[in-house]
Design a binder for this molecule. Sequence first.
Ligand code: ADP
Ligand code: MG
Length: 450
Amino acid sequence: MEKIWQEVQFNISKVMTPQTFNAWIKPIRFQSVQGDYLILEVPDSFSREFIKEKYSGIISEAMTALTSTSYSLEFALQEKRDPIPETPVPAPEAGIDSNVNKAKSEKEADFQTFLNPKYTFEKFVCGSSNQFAYAASQAVANNPATNYNPLFIYGGVGLGKTHLLIAIGNQILASNSSARICYYTSEKFMNEMINSLRHKKMDEFRNKFRKADVLLIDDIQFMANKPATQEEFFHTFNSLYESHKQIVLTSDKFPKEIPDLEERLRSRFEWGLIADIQPPDTETKSAILKKKAEFDGIMLPDDVALFLSSSSASNVRELEGMLVRLGAYSSLTNSKITLTMAREVLKDIIVDKSKDISIESIQKTVADHFQLKVSDLKSDKRIKTLVVPRQIAIYICRELTKASYPEIGEKFGGKDHSTVIHSVKKIEKLFAQDNEIRNTIDFIKRSLLS
Ligand code: ADP
Ligand code: MG
């Protein structure tokens, strides 16, 4: 990532005078990536304000161009570092700029956890698709460990699970600044556990969790097929639950659907409340965009908000990406956002489904791209080199044509509609997580649309 940042700087240097570049962009250092956030370090608070105001757009755009991911930017102040650091660079979780967090972590040396201050309830737009999860999260934040324990939030990628999870933590911290909130992804839980095992520090590892007042575990589905992690987590869960500490979990799957999840864990996940988040409807999408635009100081006219929200994006992260792109474009070209501009800037992303593309042409293009035969895409062969291209082809059919699931299945050698849905979901997920897949799909789509 550090490398990517250097490249971004280099690209930016080409579009501004050397003076401006040296004064503002060159001193910016890469710090870390946290979820959707790119954290950059700047020398002082004056340059922070200035860079935020003037160069956020350019930086986001250059970042997106290079990584195909739209990051939100956060600027932290550079710490005065010793010329030769004695200890390794601190873990990224040690925190962004907030000195509050730093003071806290000094007090609780083994309790380093970072909660992104941007994920709050105020910034969460509530609509019919997410109101249950929203209300449940608020209830938990207002009265931890009373009614709903554990709270299990589940929903698809990019729908706001992490946002709500962290909002719970932030809200609890706001009313009790000494609360020990422990936020972990299950992946990090596993990695730390493995490290602790290796370095014979399991007691430390266990004690840390057991000291938490609130345990927030993100993406618990990652523990699928990982019995040792599940075993350890089972004990963590029990000890906190028994001492009446709040536990909140998120997952993209219902407990029953997590493969190879130990029965005793599954039943515990169902002890409290399970709240789901569905993809937002057009109205909610529009409201989310407007709120986000307002916070970021982007002037987003109503017709453009409507255009974006009636697009096929079913996921808030994608919507935000579009907005970032528009914002960057408008600040780079010094022009207002209009519907015409939005159509132009987002033409690769928002697909005009009226543009009659046939399933056959999609199959042909995907097959050519992967150097396969169309008949292989239609077959049932389960070889890995065929499965992913086949799923990609199906996904693109869903995106670019008006064909229904059964119609698509029919054209892929008579597959039933649940197979088609499965493929679409699979790729949606990969699309959100895997740059390479995303680039491939974008590339194929572009060649179909051009
Ligand atoms: P998940 O964890 O479910 O994959 P995230 O919580 O990371 O999704 O959400 C993706 C992005 O969308 C985040 O930037 C988040 O702030 C934003 N987001 C999701 N839902 C909402 C909402 N209802 N209101 C405002 N922002 C939202
Ligand atoms: Mg998440």
